[in-house]
Design a protein around this ligand. Structure first.
Ligand code: ADP
Ligand code: MG
Length: 217
């Protein structure tokens, strides 16, 4: 896996959020992205996932130019290769825990017994075995984020993008959830790009990138 961000620029109207953003992420690497509030960290992560468009520059994933894909091809690429964890969990309230975790597999057309086993294994891996039948409203914030982590990794993406995933959690829970996130990412050999305000989290990274309006340093 290799993700190459080259001279990326994002504007809203005339105003650039950031420009000249260039960096690579190699397979299995853990890269932390830090920077002031409003500098464009979420926007950058959304561009890397093909969820947002940019105004100049390139995002390449294993030789595929993500900006050149149409919306459908981009969605398919994302389903196959990318997992995403958000600060606000984004667990679907009307689906139970197992159904939430199974969602990426369903979108890829994987249903059957193997998919069920994979979901059970992921729930076990994040410490939620036995809770598959619960609805999200019956879970704590830390448990909800574990559901989101299991869902983000269930389809074995090569790239996991996490946007302040512990930002809504108390410090002790945040530490435990970060451990689960790092352990599972490493176990699967996925690359992790983590946006964080936590110095403790950044200290664990292979590389820390500071995002500014004029690139990363
Ligand atoms: N849809 C939008 N329209 C206009 N400006 C936006 C939009 N979304 C985000 N922004 C602006 O882009 C900048 C970067 O936002 P964001 O990526 O959320 O920053 P961060 O995650 O680093 O806090 C902010 O100044 C924000 O106000
Ligand atoms: Mg943000």
């Amino acid at each position: 896996m290799r993700l190459q961000i080259t001279d990326l620029c994002k504007r809203y109207g005339e105003v650039p959020v950031f420009e000249h953003v260039t960096f690579d992420v190699a397979g299995g690497e853990f890269v932390a992205i830090v920077g002031e509030s409003g500098v464009g960290k979420s926007t950058l992560l959304n561009c890397m996932a093909g969820l947002d468009r940019w105004d100049a520059g390139r995002v390449m994933h294993d030789g595929t130019d993500i900006g050149a894909l149409d919306a459908e091809a981009r969605a398919l690429w994302r389903r196959r290769h990318v997992g995403f964890v958000f600060q606000a969990f984004h667990v679907l309230p009307h689906l139970d825990v197992s159904q939430n975790v199974a969602l990426p597999l369903m979108l890829l057309g994987e249903r059957g017994a193997a998919a069920g086993e994979r979901v059970a294994r992921m729930l076990d891996a994040v410490g939620l075995s036995g809770l598959g039948d619960r609805l999200p409203q019956q879970l704590s914030g830390g448990q909800l984020q574990r559901v989101a982590i299991a869902r983000a990794l269930v389809h074995r993406p090569s790239l996991l993008l996490a946007d302040e995933p512990t930002g809504n959690l108390d410090p002790a829970t945040a530490t435990r959830v970060l451990e689960v996130l790092l352990a599972q990412t490493r176990e699967q050999g996925a690359a992790l790009v983590l946006v964080t305000h936590s110095e403790a989290a950044a200290a664990r990274a292979d590389r820390v990138l500071h995002l500014t309006a004029d690139g990363v340093r």
